[in-house]
Ligand binder design. Structure first.
Ligand SMILES: *Cc1c(COP(=O)(O)O)cnc(C)c1O
Length: 404
């Protein structure tokens, strides 16, 4: 603690690259679903670090896993295997469709691995011209150059020069648009089982099953990006389980570490064999600290109490939002699944999502947005019901101010 000197929000503009525009407050500590800033003002956290803090802040099981591993072994590199990584991989395999796991450090990296594996698989199994990747408009898969190119928002991929090739975009929930693009040259379709950044858009049953069928007809792999939907967010361990559609490759990150950076790509033995020694890697991937925390997250979330709780708490959220809407008429729709919820602003309030977020912060509740017209909620999966009630009172005050 010897070199700590006082810092404030102005220092951000002075020393940080200007790619973010963080809020005016600086939070300094958190416990459960409450956070306190430098002035010791309290906030109720409906943002969950963007679907990351699935067990709130400083959950005792995670803190003790981190401390225990911190006294034991921090890092080896992949020149050696380590116990926490092997244990977490075994649990992921035992509880999902997957038979093999690749660890990395983020969502973008888990998708990057998925896409590179799909390309490798196609080259080796089917030949060099099976390279097309189909993604969706408004999709978000991360910020590496491959993943922004595959993502469906031009604003994130334009302006950096030539992009990785043979990536095309269909429309979410429009099976005809996928049929129009897919052929035997398609190597993979990558899709979020609920579009998160794109606006909390759920697939229709017919669409998601149709996508699986089209992949099978054309020998293409189906990649589910579950970076936002995974680890209990929708009330299932992974969202694919609730859809009744199994992918060939799955990307998971965010909540997997509960706040400690980790990502993983899950797949089958058959497909995994094409990522042979030397084809891909990451210095930190499978880091013992990250995997020890990940194991504690997994054990805590993957219980009927927590997963059923997500469904019940999701209903509390949507009920409260509907009640606010009855008074102030600001939303055209409340949508999502479990504790991934979007409140869509109606015609009168177009473009005001950021204003509501700022007003909510001032009232002591942290929220998220998904584009200019949607307030997004991705709180802790175990947020106490009383915090939901109190946070909604604060949100209502913020909305009352905007609605006036
Ligand atoms: C957040 C997110 C990513 C990117 O994850 P990072 O950890 O920021 O790289 C990828 N896909 C989806 C669906 C996400 O929500």
């Amino acid at each position: 603690m010897s070199n700590h000197f006082p810092v404030n929000r102005d220092l951000f503009n002075e020393v940080m690259v200007p790619n973010y525009a963080p809020s005016a407050i600086i939070p300094v500590r958190g416990k459960g679903s409450r956070v306190w800033d430098q002035q010791d003002r309290e906030y109720i956290d409906f943002a969950g670090g963007i679907a990351v803090n699935c067990l709130g802040h400083c959950h005792p099981a995670l803190v003790s896993a981190l401390k225990e591993q911190g006294d034991q072994l921090w890092h080896l590199s992949n020149v050696w295997a380590n116990e926490p990584a092997l244990r977490l991989a075994k649990k992921l395999v035992d509880n999902t469709f997957a038979e093999k796991v690749y660890f990395c450090n983020s969502g973008a990296e888990s998708n990057e691995a998925a896409l590179k594996l799909a390309r490798r698989w196609a080259q080796e199994v089917h030949g060099t011209d099976k390279t097309q990747i189909i993604s969706f408009e408004k999709a978000f898969h991360g910020r590496t150059f491959f993943t922004v190119t595959v993502g469906g928002q031009a604003a994130y991929s334009a302006g950096f020069g030539p992009k990785p090739g043979d990536v095309v975009h269909a429309q979410y929930n429009n099976l005809e648009s996928v049929k129009a693009l897919i052929s035997d040259k398609t190597c993979a379709i990558i899709i979020e089982p609920i579009q998160g950044e794109g606006g909390i858009i759920s697939p229709t049953d017919e669409f998601i099953k149709g996508v699986r069928q089209l992949c099978d007809q054309h020998n293409a792999l189906l990649i589910f990006d579950e970076v936002q939907t995974g680890i209990g967010r929708t009330g299932d361990l992974y969202a694919y389980m609730g859809l009744g559609v199994t992918p060939d490759i799955l990307a998971t990150a965010k909540a997997l570490g509960g706040g400690f950076p980790i990502g993983a790509m899950l797949t089958t033995t058959e497909i995994a064999q094409y990522l042979k020694v030397g084809t891909h890697g990451s210095t930190y991937g499978g880091n013992p600290l990250a995997c020890a925390v990940g194991e504690a997250v997994f054990d805590t979330v993957n219980t009927p109490e927590v997963l059923n709780g997500v469904k019940a708490k999701g209903k509390l959220f949507t009920d409260a939002l509907n009640a606010i809407n009855e008074k102030y008429n600001v939303f055209s729709e409340i949508r999502g699944k479990g504790l991934l919820i979007g409140a869509v602003l109606n015609e009168t309030y177009q473009g005001r999502a950021k204003d509501i977020l700022v007003a909510a912060t001032a009232e002591g509740v942290m929220t998220l947005i998904a584009g200019p017209n949607i307030i997004r909620f991705a709180p802790s999966l175990i947020i106490p019901d009383a915090d939901i009630t109190q946070g909604m009172l604060r949100l209502e005050k913020a909305i009352a101010k905007i609605a006036k």
